[in-house]
Design a protein around this ligand. Structure first.
Ligand code: ADP
Length: 484
């Protein structure tokens, strides 16, 4: 890996402003998913180091919460500037450890940094309130205060931006953080922390604990009473477990869990635009995003035309090493991920689905899976019910609006949804009927710092980004004063 700034590459954990190895000296390996080459051996920490990080964050909180909003704002802004100055290096590290194409990685770094920029601005706007008293001699004032030490557990599919959109709002309001990144992508997390240190963010304000035994670190983060809030992005299964573990200490929670996004195309839609939207929302990051369209529903009159146009566009996508120019589809994160999507395709085909294109790996033992369209799919197949997390587009045929709304909502998940159509009344009806936290209308790209990102139902709760993004890190305190 060639970088301009080699200081960004760190393989240790970061506790109380120091890069530290695991107490027992253990490490775990990090591989490039494209060729399985070894990238780093990262400190494999456990409960003790996690506890130290939590205690460091608690000490730092006493100081950081008393920084003025202006001081915190400026430090975050400096951190943002450094991320933009190092954008190419950050993207190289990301592509090496995660696999996504370099240009897409750069897009993620910009997106990730935009949370730091946004919350550096929001830091100055944590306004309280004054409420007219309920009695003539009563005065009521609302204070907004930082909740305290925050635990953040993040996934590997966005190794940069899932961190900044938790850490930046937490820091902006005066919280301190213990971060546990995914074991596949520790290097992107560390590079961010190197820059945070360079920006002047004080020791203990951000701590990072790496380890391959997520459950051990997770147990300490969820059970330690010092931690006042957990923000988690990952699978619904793990989210439920963490929620249960947090019950003992009644921690505030934000959960951004799995999705099963419908992508609906009505007869009167602009089909070319819908095809482009489907590619953007389905095949970005090789289908490994929680807002990826998972189930495409196309109305019967345009079903064949849509599939054919999508097939032609998919044929243009280039597969390969994310570091090679022009590549659109990189490898899936590991062999298990490839086996999982292979299993989904096999089960669908066994039950009558047709492979319009793709359906297999690029070559034997490759981690890259062909962009795939499955037609003639039905709601009993696994591709209807499970989060695919790979470049497979099952395309379901539907007849009526009522039918498609029922099917789109027929899932415990409720994160992102998309639809294409041109009838104003239908647009309102469908937008209101979809049981999802996010609805993309005639667009497949819905992620932006300035809008509230988050789900409903078993996709979780809490909102990240936007003016609402600091709420989850704040306690509301009400002062009731009686005057003479
Ligand atoms: P993904 O499908 O994105 O890997 P996971 O929910 O398995 O979803 O992982 C998301 C994050 O949660 C990762 O950082 C992972 O290490 C962490 N994680 C997984 N299991 C646990 C657990 N039992 N306790 C705490 N964190 C966990």
């Amino acid at each position: 890996m060639k970088l301009n700034n080699n200081k960004l590459l760190k393989a240790s954990s970061y506790i109380n402003g120091k890069w530290v190895n695991a107490d027992l000296g253990n490490t775990f390996d990090v591989f490039n998913p494209f060729d399985n080459s070894l990238l780093a051996q990262v400190s494999d920490c456990g409960q003790k180091e996690t506890r130290e990080a939590i205690e460091a964050a608690q000490e730092a909180f006493k100081v950081w919460k008393n920084y003025s909003a202006d001081q915190r704002s400026k430090l975050l802004r400096r951190w943002y500037d450094l991320q933009m100055e190092n954008i190419d290096d950050l993207a190289v590290i990301l592509t090496y450890e995660q696999g996504k194409p370099f240009e897409e990685a750069k897009g993620e770094i910009k997106y990730g940094a935009s949370f730091v920029e946004w919350f550096s601005e929001e830091a100055r706007r944590i306004y309280g309130d004054v409420i007219p008293g309920h009695e003539s001699n009563k005065r009521i004032v609302i204070l907004k205060q930082p909740i305290g030490v925050v635990a953040a557990i993040t996934p590997w599919n966005f190794p940069n931006s899932m961190i900044t959109r938790k850490v930046a709002p937490a820091l902006a309001v005066g919280c301190t953080v213990v971060l546990k990144p995914a074991k596949f992508t520790p290097l992107s997390a560390n590079a961010l922390v190197v820059l945070a240190e360079e920006a002047g963010i004080p020791k203990g304000v951000i701590n990072v604990v790496h380890g391959k035994k997520a459950s051990v670190i997770g147990k300490e983060l969820t059970e330690n009473p010092i931690v006042k809030k957990l923000s988690f992005t990952g699978s619904t299964e793990v989210g439920k477990l963490l929620m249960a573990q947090c019950a003992g200490t009644v921690k505030k929670l934000s959960l951004e869990l799995g999705g099963n996004a419908p992508f609906i195309v009505f007869n009167d839609a602009n089909i070319d635009k819908a095809v482009q939207g489907a590619i953007a929302s389905k095949f970005r990051n090789a289908g490994q995003t929680c807002v990826c369209s998972n189930r495409l529903f196309v109305q019967s009159e345009i079903y064949d035309e849509f599939n054919e146009k999508l097939r032609k566009e998919l044929a243009k996508l280039k597969m390969g090493n994310g570091m090679d120019s022009g590549v659109n589809i990189g490898p899936l994160i590991d062999e298990n991920a490839v086996k999982f999507v292979e299993g989904l395709v096999e089960e669908a085909v066994d039950n009558g689905a047709k492979i319009v294109c793709g359906g297999k790996r690029l070559e034997k033992n490759s981690g890259i899976f062909h962009p795939t369209i499955l037609s003639d799919v039905n709601i009993d197949m696994r591709v209807f019910n499970e989060e695919i997390f790979g470049p497979i587009a099952p395309v379901f045929k539907f007849e009526t609006e009522e039918e498609v709304i029922q099917k789109a909502n027929d899932t415990p998940f409720g994160l992102a949804s998309y639809f294409y159509g041109n009838n104003n009344s239908q647009i309102w009806r469908v937008a209101e009927a979809l049981e999802y936290g996010i609805v993309g209308i005639n667009t497949g790209m819905i992620s932006t710092t300035i809008a509230p990102f988050g789900g409903i139902k078993e996709s979780g709760f809490g909102r990240e980004g936007s003016k609402y993004g600091t709420d989850d890190y704040i306690e509301i305190k009400y002062l009731c004063m009686e005057i003479e």
